[in-house]
Write a protein that binds this ligand. Sequence first.
Ligand SMILES: Nc1ncnc2c1ncn2[C@@H]1O[C@H](COP(=O)(O)OP(=O)(O)OP(=O)(O)O)[C@@H](O)[C@H]1O
Ligand SMILES: [Mg+2]
Length: 284
Amino acid sequence: MTQPLLELCDIQKTYALRRGLIERFTRKVADVAAVDGVSLAIPPGEIFGLVGESGCGKSTLAQIMVGLLAPSDGMVRYRGQDIAMLTGVHRRIYRRGVQMVFQDTHSSLNPRKRIRRTLMEALVARGLTRAEAADALPPLLAQVGLDTVLLQRLPHELSGGQRQRVGIARALAIGPDVLVADEPVSSLDVSLQGQIVNLLRDLNRELGLTIILISHDLAVVSRICHRIGVMSAGRIVEEGPPAEVLFAPRHPYTRTLIAAVPRGLESRRAQSVAIAEVCIAGPM
Ligand SMILES: Nc1ncnc2c1ncn2[C@@H]1O[C@H](COP(=O)(O)OP(=O)(O)OP(=O)(O)O)[C@@H](O)[C@H]1O
Ligand SMILES: [Mg+2]
């Protein structure tokens, strides 16, 4: 078996939460387990879908994967190495290698910076000279399906779909091999959601990019993911290929999630599975 690119070993994340007045007075704190023992191995080239209800710990796990948040317990391995032990150039290789795409493009893109500047900064951070970065802009935009005229614009002058493409381009500019996309389509119209999800699938196929796609929508992840993990209350309660999870859910929570897929459950579920099967069968 190939070595996992990214591995989570029994990850825990607890937040200390002050409770009522008495506890506050006595300085007693209660711990909230946002992530409660998650283990996962993501092989290179996989699109892994993480799905679950609001508050189940998806974003906490995403931030732990990209190194924005340290776990309370457990280990994250990148290319077989414990990221907590990485220093110097090795740490920079990891921080570059695992990039995040955020849900809210309004707050994740600097409203005062033109798109050119945002992308140039990312390319320069990767180690390119300004001249090399300028040359890299057109192919970078083409990769995410954007026209170069948008480079002169400010984020608010773009549509939601265009802003999310810029968010993806900024992540790609750093030169990652893993993209952690936390609810990348949930702020978009349904018509645009499919386009962004398809873009992620194309990047996976063309660049061999490994993708963790996080969503609360089972239909979204089952479209392109090779494997799905269903999360509930800080744990992964089910894991498998989308067709298996959708048609033969083992955990009661997964059944609830399937039942929550809106608009014509049966047809949409069947459609998701059909698309997922085509994706899995197709060349990687
Ligand atoms: N900084 C924090 N301090 C205290 N509790 C937190 C903090 N961040 C998250 N939590 C709690 O941890 C749990 C998991 O939150 P998280 O944001 O990871 O969930 P999520 O699955 O991403 O939810 P959503 O679908 O709404 O984005 C929640 O109960 C949340 O209230
Ligand atoms: Mg979240």
